[in-house]
Design a protein around this ligand. Structure first.
Ligand code: UT7
Length: 332
């Protein structure tokens, strides 16, 4: 990346729908307890959309806030990338719907599907347009309405997920003292069967049978994903740190995908991160898939734990399997 300019995050906006589903609410829906959910996942509550609200609504709301924060007009956005696994529909892309909702006339964009790693993948994809000089302003949005693909009679999955979105604006950095430094991404399709939604695609198009067999819901082998996530999140972060001559203790803010508090703390321990650098907000939002990392950035900012110049590491593991880690210097 040395011959190109860096991209930096210059604004952040988030949105979660107002409706809250608490662990106590879930106790009335499935055979679970607040204690089990807190102990095994760290989640206390999550936000869910009302009927009729879709991923593009959350995404547009988050993007609007980011643009207002930076005083950038929608017409000046060069490209919009929406990271999501729950698009409003197969097509048109959610990016097109967001473009229209924002009034971002003349821009282009696309959706990026990488489940829980989609935000870090989209961040990198967006950064390339800035690095090459193709665009000055790129909106990268992570947004998911997981409640649209969750079986609320399945206690193994319904307690975990929530709905939410976050958006960042990418612009050219001023030199090498700020912005995105490096990334390390991997996919491992052998893990596809551990976390997936079987129905509705070209392999199993929607039929009465696919609905009856609950094929339009998230299916997860929780333990398999858990073990892979603990191992791989630490491994990619370690490799990324090592090749940048850094140690875990150099990181000012570790902002990981929020899938399970135990995955985050195990990773932090393995990497030797300082406890105060680890950002966790899964208690408030649950796992919002592509939304978790920008939502955690917002929490870090609100709590005064993310300041200009801070060395930040983002990390994720998700369905696919997809794995990603990013190093950057926070720029505002
Ligand atoms: O973001 C995408 C990536 N996803 C992840 O990273 C998720 C990774 N996996 C996990 O976070 C965890 O595996 C879960 C939170 C999904 C499950 O936690 P676990 O500690 O792995 O539980 P388990 O699946 O091993 O189940 C342990 C017990 C079982 O009962 P038995 O067989 O021991 O009697 C489950 O039936 O807990 C039971 N159980 C529950 N009990 C109360 C499963 N879900 C619940 C529940 N409430 N909601």
């Amino acid at each position: 990346m040395s011959n190109l300019r860096r991209a930096k995050i210059t604004a952040l906006g988030t949105y979660v729908p107002p409706r809250v589903l608490s662990n106590k609410d879930l106790e009335k829906m499935v055979d679970t307890t607040d204690e089990w959910i807190m102990e095994r996942t760290g989640i206390r509550e999550r936000h869910l959309v009302e009927k009729g609200m879709a991923t593009s609504d959350l995404a547009a709301e988050a993007a609007r806030k980011a643009l207002v924060q930076r005083q950038v007009q929608p017409k000046d956005v060069g490209a919009i990338i929406v990271a999501t696994v729950t698009p409003d529909m197969f097509f048109p892309s959610t990016a097109c719907l967001v473009q229209h909702k924002l009034g971002a006339v003349g821009t282009w964009g696309f959706d990026l599907s990488a489940a829980c790693s989609a935000f870090v993948y989209a961040l990198q994809a967006g950064a390339q347009f800035v690095c090459t000089g193709a665009h000055k302003n790129v909106l990268v949005i992570g947004a998911d309405v997981m409640s649209s693909v969750i079986d609320y009679t399945d206690r193994a999955t319904c307690v975990i997920f929530g709905d939410g979105a976050g958006a960042v604006l990418l612009e050219p950095a001023n030199g090498d003292s700020e912005g995105i430094i490096d990334f390390l991404h991997e996919v491992d399709g052998s893990g596809g069967c551990a976390l997936y939604m079987p129905g509705g695609g070209s392999l199993h198009p929607s039929t009465h049978e696919t609905v009856d067999k609950k094929m339009h819901f998230v299916h997860q082998d929780g333990q398999a994903v858990f073990k892979y996530a603990v191992r791989k999140m630490a491994e990619v972060c370690d490799r990324l740190l090592t090749r940048n001559n850094l140690k875990g203790s150099d990181i000012d803010a570790f902002i990981p995908h929020q899938a399970n508090k135990r995955i985050i703390t195990a990773t932090a321990d393995r990497l030797g991160l300082r406890k105060e650098s680890v950002i966790i907000n899964i208690d408030r939002y649950g796992n919002t898939t592509a939304g978790t990392i920008p939502l955690a950035m917002e929490t870090a900012c609100q709590e005064g734990r993310l300041k200009k110049g801070d060395l930040v590491m983002l990390a994720s593991v998700g369905a696919g399997f997809t794995v990603g880690a990013t190093l950057l210097r926070w720029a505002f």
